[in-house]
Write a protein that binds this ligand. Structure first.
Ligand code: NGD
Length: 298
């Protein structure tokens, strides 16, 4: 009796091979289609905030070289590496999954000593505080530091499935907890507060609507708890009201009393000055006819 072979006949082998190749081609085509679909989904997905600032890379590099030219004491810093670390933090990642730790390397590359008694924090006084530090360069806000000055006023976020920035839209501050912008400023603010020493100042807005200090403000939730009470001797509040009238507040305002208690709970002394004169003079340059400004004329 002829023994029966276990091997496939050439015909069966040919059919199996054809089917195998067909399935392989099908898998490759399906994954290509899925990839294109995911990419197009991402590109059409729209976040609520503005997209990455146009020419972001050129702006960041320009600001980096500009700061180094003005501050030779910082020594050798590699602006291209700094840009690289920003891209490492956000490229190929969901812009709502960027944590404060994503920026660890960026923070390391931009470390800078802040002279004692010169740190100036702020909340709801963005314009005024920076008008002030323009003329009083001995005070330093986060936005006047190497790191802060490179990224202030800019927006950026990456794309989940591909390298590069998303220039169409980025998550707004409140759209998700771990977004590329809010995590950056939280990390940068914590680092700035941590390296502050001596007497620290904070400029607040007495004429703002609602609470002078929001519960979830970066000042209250990040900066005050990040300060080292062994290094910071006092936090002085400058409460600035608008000189043109409207609502104004004193240091006995409820939210300020609560803030003072909160600061002291973190083992830091605090005091408060209303309408701190050097800043008031600056306000009066812009608004010389305001009732509260006329006393400065002789
Ligand atoms: O809850 C928020 C929010 N918190 C901060 N910001 C927020 N935006 C929301 N939509 N929802 C953003 O921070 C927003 O762009 C504000 O214009 C900005 C400052 O918020 P503000 O005036 O309420 O003050 P914070 O106490 O939260 O923050 C000011 C302190 C100050 O020492 C800065 O050096 O924290 C530093 N910082 C935080 C956030 C952003 C700086 C920036 C910046 N330069 O963009």
């Amino acid at each position: 009796m002829p023994c029966q072979s276990n091997f496939l006949t050439p015909k069966k082998r040919y059919i199996l091979l054809t089917v195998g190749i067909f399935i392989l081609i099908l898998i490759i085509v399906a994954s290509c289609v899925l990839g294109i679909y995911l990419k197009s989904q991402e590109e059409t997905k729209s976040w609520k905030g503005n997209g990455t600032s146009r020419n972001l890379q050129e702006i960041v590099l320009g600001r980096c070289y500009g700061y180094l030219a003005k501050n030779p004491n910082l020594g050798e810093r590699d602006c291209n590496k700094i840009w690289q670390e920003l891209t490492n933090a956000v490229y190929k990642k969901d812009p709502c999954s960027i944590t404060e730790d994503s920026y660890n390397n960026l923070i390391k590359l931009t470390q800078e000593a802040i002279p004692c008694n010169k740190s100036l924090l702020w909340s709801r006084t963005n314009i005024l505080v920076h008008q002030f530090t323009k003329v009083r360069e001995d005070f330093t806000t986060l936005e006047d530091t190497f790191l802060g000055s490179m990224f202030d006023g800019l927006t950026w976020c990456g794309k989940t499935n591909s390298a590069g920035m998303n220039f169409k839209s980025c998550p707004a501050w409140d759209e998700c907890a771990n977004n590329s912008i809010s995590s950056f400023w939280k990390k940068a603010s914590a680092a700035f507060a941590k390296s502050s020493c001596g007497v620290v100042q904070v400029m607040l807005n007495g004429s703002t609507d609602g609470n002078i200090v929001r519960e979830d403000s970066i000042l209250k939730s990040i900066e005050i708890p990040s300060m080292n009470p062994d290094m910071v001797s006092e936090l002085i509040i400058w409460l600035m009201n608008s000189p043109g009238g409207g609502s104004s507040n004193s240091c006995s305002n409820k939210s300020l009393v609560a803030l003072k208690e909160y600061i002291e709970k973190h083992k830091i002394r605090s005091s408060c000055k209303v309408d701190y004169r050097p800043v008031r003079l600056l306000q009066c340059i812009e608004n010389p006819g305001a009732a509260d400004c006329t006393t400065y004329y002789y």
